[in-house]
Design a protein around this ligand. Structure first.
Ligand code: IPR
Ligand code: MG
Length: 140
């Protein structure tokens, strides 16, 4: 029997005109690709709660103004079907510096311009961005 789809929340942390990306390590999902902070939705969590928890666990950052933007639905391998909820958020304090809290999962975090995103990019995210998806508010 096929495993059940997994549900993840991925967070565009918007800081000035930059977005935070990190290269994933030996994770079963998207290994070696650049992706957003985020992770699996836990029982009973809202998307906003999951976003804030995962960002804190992975980067040490506190975020605010979490807004749901879009979803993806991809079979990534024989054993992974991922439904991802993409949200955007801002830093609670813009002076915070991202920390690599889970170095066993991520090479490190850095800020990138939307026009200069790192490669190789996590495949569903790459497809979204190639389609012209822009996580920034239209008035910014
Ligand atoms: P955890 O929960 O370990 O952070 O999972 P993940 O980082 O493998 O996240 C999977 C869903 C993401 C890619 C939106
Ligand atoms: Mg994660």
């Amino acid at each position: 029997m096929s495993p059940a789809p997994e549900i993840g929340v991925a967070v565009f942390i918007l800081n000035d005109n930059k977005i935070l990306f990190g290269r994933r390590l030996s994770s079963s999902i998207g290994a070696n690709t650049y992706a957003l902070p985020g992770g699996h939705l836990e029982f009973g969590e809202s998307f906003e709660e999951c976003a804030a928890r995962e960002v804190k666990e992975e980067t040490g950052l506190d975020i605010k103004n979490v807004e749901v933007l879009t979803t993806t639905n991809n079979v990534l391998s024989d054993s992974v079907h991922l439904v991802a909820i993409y949200v955007r958020a801002q830093l609670s304090d813009p002076n915070q510096i991202p920390q690599n809290v889970e170095p066993d999962k991520c090479e490190g975090w850095d800020w990138y311009d939307l026009k200069n995103t790192p490669e190789p990019m996590f495949e569903p995210l790459k497809a979204m961005l190639q389609d012209g998806f822009n996580p920034f508010p239209t008035d910014s």
